[in-house]
Write a protein that binds this ligand. Sequence first.
Ligand code: ACO
Length: 380
Amino acid sequence: MTAVSEFKPGLEGVPATLSSISYVDGQKGILEYRGISIQQLANYSTFLETSYLLIWGKLPTKDELTEFEHEIRYHRRIKYRIRDMMKCFPETGHPMDALQTSAAALGLFYSRRALDNPQYIREAVVRLLAKIPTMVAAFQLMRKGNDPVQPRDDLDYSANFLYMLSEREPDPLAAWVFDVCLTLHAEHTINASTFSAMVTASTLTDPYAVIASAVGTLAGPLHGGANEEVLVMLEEIGAVENVAPYIDSLIAQKSKIMGFGHRVYKVKDPRATILQQLAEKLFEKFGHDQYYEIALELERVVADRLGGKGIYPNVDFYSGLVYRKLGIPADLFTPIFAIARVSGWLAHWKEQLTKNRIFRPTQIYTGSHNETYVPIDERN
Ligand code: ACO
């Protein structure tokens, strides 16, 4: 029988798998994908090259990368029946719900569950990486009453996504910054959504169900949903001089400050540092606004009040600021996180398949025994 002392709420500190995909040192602020620091990948790689590294475990050669990029370009379009299905979604629905539904719908077309066939695995990886951005952009346009914009084969992955959102070719700096954002969000060990993906994968269901289940988990405000909440908070604060009273009142009410704190990092999240540098570049080129100044003051005030508890900005703090500057609506921030994280989820799906054992943890029962069934008329 499991001892109550072994129970860890939230499974904190409990290893759920053996993995060689990514590594985090929360005390030193280190994040590595396949042993390579996130700083090097942000500086020198692209999102698709990083995805290849995560999923296939090694950096691609030039030919391998060209082929991978080519396959993804080729699979970007979505079937008109998926588009028609998405047209029926209520325009007031959250884009994460639309994404979860459409990711699951891909399984209606492509699910053969041929998990021992490397070609099936490759096609699933390519289709999911290629089609998820198209579905996010399509819902964004259709909820505004517009037709979706077809992907453009001459544009790179990130430039094409920004193009599909606005039908305008993005500024090269904007496309590069966005691509780095995807790299930063691509993978982060066994977080809630990745764990969800692994549990689903362990049943040997199809990869579209795996990704749909992870998308549903990412949607919550304690996980991917926090970047949207950060922006709401910056807008509520409205001016630099309001930051300290706003934060003090949240602390007094014991409310969480969105975009701060992390289960693993007890120093500033290295991704937040890189995102802050990207935000600076964007604001330099496209003009400053009060939100950047509010964010800086917020970071200073929270470090002063809560730094002693190891509460610093996490990846969600500056990402909202960057996306807002790129003209992206706040409720697309989490779907964009999903676009990026698909590569990490797929890497874990593939890893899970190589050593699968269905997840079936135990519980400590706290209910009663030998109760009597009382007929409904006799209950009070
Ligand atoms: N604001 C204020 N206080 C905080 C915050 C915060 N953002 N985060 C943690 N704390 C405090 C808690 O109140 C608690 O204090 P106490 O010990 O005095 O009671 C202590 O720090 C420990 O907090 P826990 O909630 O136990 O820490 P946990 O590891 O469970 O939480 C989490 C991590 C969920 C991310 C939390 O920091 C949080 O809710 N942050 C805000 C939401 C957010 O930004 N989420 C995005 C995370 S990154 C990602 O998912 C991509």
